[in-house]
Design a protein around this ligand. Sequence first.
Ligand code: ADP
Length: 250
Amino acid sequence: DRMRQDFVANVSHELRTPLTVLSGFLETIRELKLDPSQREHYLSLMSEQSRRMLRIVEDLLTLSSLESAPPPQDERIMMTALMARLREDAEALSAGRHRIVLQCDGECDLLGAESEIQSAFSNLVSNAVRYTPADGEVRIRWQADVSGGVFSVTDSGIGIAKAHLPRLTERFYRVDRGRSRETGGTGLGLAIVKHALARHQSQLDVQSEPGQGSTFSARFPARRITAVRPAAVPAVALDRNQNADTAKGE
Ligand code: ADP
C-alpha cells in the first residue's frame, strides 16, 4: 500500500510539473499581445512539455503491460538484426558525438518476446548515450553460446556512485534529475528494463565508477539461447522422422 501511495504521488508530481508550465504558457499566449517570434518561442516550449508528458504516459503504459501481461510468447529474436537496429538508434541519438562500437561473439539468437527485449536493450543503449559526454564511447555487446548469453552496454560516461546502485531501477529514481530531464528521460527506463528482463529469467547487473563509466548487463539462461544455424541432423534421423510422419498420416 505504501509503495502504491508513493507511486501515485510520484506520477502526479511528474505530470503536474509539465502541465503547470503548459497551462502557464497558454495563459500567456491568450492574454499578452506577442509578436510572431515570441509566440513561436512559447509554442515550441509548450510542445516540448507536452512531448515530455507523452513520454511519461507511454512509459507508464509499457510498465503496466509488462506487469499484467501473461508470460512472453517465445519467438526467435535475430540478434544480428537487433544489434544493427540498436546501433542505428544509438547513432541517431548521439548525432555523431560518440563512438558506437558493436560486438557479437558466438552465432546464437535469443528466445523471448522481441518487443520486450528490444525495449529493454534500447533503454540501456539510450542511457549510455545520454549519460556519456561528447567524444565518449558506447560499446554494445552480445556474447552467447549453448551455456547462456550476456547482453551488455558499456559506456565511458559520467558513471554512478555506489550508494545509488541499489535504487536505480526504482520508478522515477534519478541520480541527476537535471541531466535526466535535459536529455528527455522519464525516470522509468530502468524500471522497464528490470521488468522486461525478469519476464525472461534475467536480472540487470550494474558495474560503475563515477567519472569512468558504466556497464549494464543481462545474463540469459541456456534455455533462452538457440544456435543461429541448427546443427546438421543426421540423414538416418531425418528418414526415421519422415517415416513417422507418414505413419501418422496413414
Ligand atoms: P532516466 O529516464 O532518468 O534516464 P532511468 O530509469 O533510465 O531514468 O535511469 C535512472 C537513473 O540512473 C538516471 O536518471 C541516471 O541518473 C542513472 N543512469 C542510468 N543509466 C546510466 C548510465 N549509463 N550512466 C550514468 N547514469 C545512468
